[in-house]
Design a protein around this ligand. Structure first.
Ligand code: URA
Length: 219
């Protein structure tokens, strides 16, 4: 895997525990825990991304004197793909608490033959010109919706850098994103090898949106 991909569960940390919980079909019955674990993964990803961003020195007046401190130079824009991305988004926002926020609806429009195309039909974003943009989506499966979203953000908004945060990615999805959008950096909670014909990651965890918010019906 290239240096543009970070697998956050390569090290033995609490994050691996949360990944095992979101995968576990027994623990998944507790929707609040599922959402909170995704949020915690977003928090860890935010902390790791912050290590790559520019900081400025600043003096802070304490009650006892002056402290030399460091502060994030510019606030990022956190953008998520509705609806499944919301808990990860909240986790990123818990840490980047002064960030601006964008929301995009990208969904799989299924055809009768089982194939699908990505439909992008709602976008609400702040100014992106020259800014660091972080896009979150819990499952990087085929990569089709992420690539469509990133292309839109890049062409319409011209961000300076794009980070992608996912809870679980599969190898083919990562390769597709990096082939289509070689400048972006992908932060993954875990990486799986298999993808079903219907675009589900194996072993993965199932449908992240349904697990977080309840089963949907196809309209
Ligand atoms: N979206 C999901 O929710 N799960 C997958 O396995 C793939 C895409």
């Amino acid at each position: 895997m290239s240096f543009m991909v970070v697998n956050l569960s390569e090290q033995y940390t609490l994050l691996s525990d949360w990944i095992s919980e979101i995968r576990d079909e027994e623990v998944q019955k507790d929707r609040m825990r599922f959402r909170r674990n995704l949020e915690r993964i977003g928090e860890v990803a935010a902390y790791e991304i912050s290590k790559t961003l520019p900081f400025v020195e600043k003096e802070v007046q304490t009650p006892l004197g002056t402290a030399n401190c460091k502060a994030l130079k510019e606030q990022p824009v956190i953008t998520t793909i509705l609806r499944a991305g919301l808990p990860l988004h909240q986790g990123l926002l818990n840490f980047f608490d002064k960030a601006d926020n964008g929301f995009i609806s990208a969904y799989r429009k299924h055809q009768r033959d089982g194939s699908f195309e990505i439909s992008l039909d709602y976008v609400s974003c702040p100014e992106l010109e020259g800014r660091v943009v972080i896009v979150s989506d819990p499952m990087l499966a085929t990569g089709a919706s992420l690539v469509k979203t990133i292309q839109y953000l890049r062409e319409e908004g011209h961000p300076s850098e794009i980070h992608v945060v996912v809870a679980i990615a599969c190898t083919v999805g990562i390769e597709f994103v990096l082939r289509s959008e070689p400048q972006c950096k992908i932060w993954c909670g875990a990486i799986d090898d298999e993808l079903t014909a219907k675009g589900y990651i194996v072993p993965g965890l199932g449908d992240a949106g349904d697990l977080a918010y309840g089963n949907k019906v196809q309209m």
